[in-house]
Design a protein around this ligand. Structure first.
Ligand SMILES: CC(=O)N[C@H]1[C@@H](OP(=O)(O)OP(=O)(O)OC[C@H]2O[C@@H](n3ccc(=O)[nH]c3=O)[C@H](O)[C@@H]2O)O[C@H](CO)[C@@H](O)[C@@H]1O
Ligand SMILES: C=C(OP(=O)(O)O)C(=O)O
Length: 421
């Protein structure tokens, strides 16, 4: 099993580019199942989750045609089986995103239930209920969701989400594009990745308005066509590099990114003492060599502070000046990094969904275990600021979401290498 070995050696300094967003690329790849012609997607990140997605589409009969620089062409009219098997779905929860498109385009779908994961139970009841409201007949048995549109076509409906769900919004948004009539999604997710998906669907001929607000209106069309679309930059990867620089008293410029998708994160970094400068497609953070100040965090749906940045901020707070509280409101078990950070000398107490972090000037390197994607990122940040060597085990988690992590961090002066076995 691959491991990362990191030796703390001072501030993170330099320039790094942001890759395409994983959480935008995954629904956009699923959206190609809706098309009647080739969809060409560029700026895909080179990540394990993307490989898993392409394998899943390939198993359905949609063979990806790879171009240069992580560009891929996929054609939804080539689907032969509307089946997403457990062996692939278990590798990546976002596989559930094929349910809406398959049902809308082909009138039936069989998708393995994704099951729980380290950060929480993550049910998909709202995806299922929404599709039922659009006329689908759904049974869940033997670990599979079996869905049918009895008349062959879904019907538009008004759907009010009980809780804000990102992939739930995306699944129903995709399903509604080919449904008969109008669908209104209320209490919809406003995440930039939902907007990116909507823009790709519009480029495919869908009629969508209100994306980016909590009410999305979709007028169903008969067919969607091929298009060319470039995936937005990854705001969570961008944020992770910024936090690595803030925690290590460094200076970093992230290019090929979008500051407008990171308002809540940039505000917290400024509160921690960073000077932030932004341009059209770059963000620069400078700590002027100073130790960060502790910042309180409360995760919530966009545009509030993202749960996917919580673990990284816990690592920064662990070495910051002062005591902070970090409240996780989205997932019930997203503090698995705390125990590992404490093994490196952090002082973090957990009380329910709140971590109380008492900053300490130094952490010490230790063997630690990654438990999920962003927990891995927080351990890498802690390792960068710790004295001595840290070995991060189970980094297959980090490979799900961070492209070329060693190359990118090495370019910023971090002493990092991968070992296998
Ligand atoms: C591939 C992708 O985009 N993943 C992101 C997506 O995950 P994902 O879309 O799975 O997360 P959701 O937004 O759906 O989850 C939000 C909350 O809603 C609950 N819920 C969700 C669906 C449902 O049917 N029933 C239900 O109760 C979940 O348990 C959770 O407590 O949004 C999360 C929240 O920003 C991010 O952390 C993930 O990185
Ligand atoms: C939780 C995440 O991803 P996923 O929903 O794919 O598990 C994440 O990107 O932090």
């Amino acid at each position: 099993m691959d491991k990362l070995i990191i030796t703390g050696n001072g501030p993170v300094n330099g320039e790094v580019w942001a890759s395409g967003a994983k959480n935008s690329a995954l629904p956009i790849l699923a959206a190609t199942l809706l098309s009647e012609g080739p969809v060409t997607i560029s700026n895909l990140p080179h990540l394990q989750d993307i490989t898993t997605s392409l394998e899943l589409l390939g198993r359905m009969g949609v063979e990806p045609v790879m171009g240069d620089n992580m560009t891929v062409q996929l054609d939804g009219s080539k689907v032969e089986h509307c089946h997403a098997p457990y062996d692939l779905v278990k590798k990546m929860r976002a596989s559930i995103l094929v349910l809406g498109p398959l049902l809308a385009h082909f009138g039936s779908a069989e998708v393995s239930l994704p099951g729980g994961c380290a950060i929480g139970s993550r049910p998909v009841d709202l995806h299922i209920r929404g599709l039922e409201a659009m006329g689908a007949e759904i049974t869940v048995e033997n670990g599979y969701i079996r869905a049918k549109a009895p008349t062959g076509r879904l019907k538009g409906a008004r759907i009010v989400f009980d809780v804000v769900t990102v992939t739930g919004t995306e699944n129903l948004l995709m399903a509604a594009t080919l449904a008969e009539g109008r669908t209104v999604l209320e209490n919809a997710a406003r995440e930039p990745e939902v907007v990116d998906l909507a823009q790709c669907l519009i480029a495919m001929g869908a009629k969508i308005s209100g994306h980016g607000s909590d009410t999305i209106i979709i007028e169903g069309v008969e067919k969607l066509h091929g298009c060319e679309y470039s995936v937005m930059p990854d705001r969570i990867e961008t944020g992770t590099f910024l936090v690595a620089a803030a925690a290590s008293r460094g200076k970093v410029r992230v290019t090929r990114t979008r500051a407008d998708t990171l308002d809540a994160v940039l505000a917290k970094l400024e509160e921690a003492g960073a000077t932030i400068t932004t341009g059209d497609d770059w963000i620069e953070l400078d700590m002027h060599g100073k130790r960060p100040k502790a910042v309180n965090i409360r995760t919530a749906p966009y545009p509030a502070f993202p749960t996917d940045m919580q673990a990284q901020f816990v690592a920064m707070n662990a070495v910051a000046e002062g005591t902070s509280t970090v409240i996780e409101t989205i997932f019930e078990n997203r503090f698995m990094h705390v125990q590992e950070l404490n093994r490196m000398g952090a002082h973090i107490a957990l009380e329910g969904n709140t971590a109380v972090v008492t900053g300490t000037e130094r952490l010490s390197g230790a063997p630690v275990m990654a438990t999920d994607l962003r927990a891995s990122a927080s351990l890498v940040i802690a390792a960068i600021v710790a004295d001595g060597e840290t070995m991060v085990d189970r980094i297959y988690h980090i490979d799900r979401g961070y492209e070329c992590i060693e190359e990118k961090l090495s370019g910023l002066g971090v002493l990092i290498r991968r070992t296998t076995g």
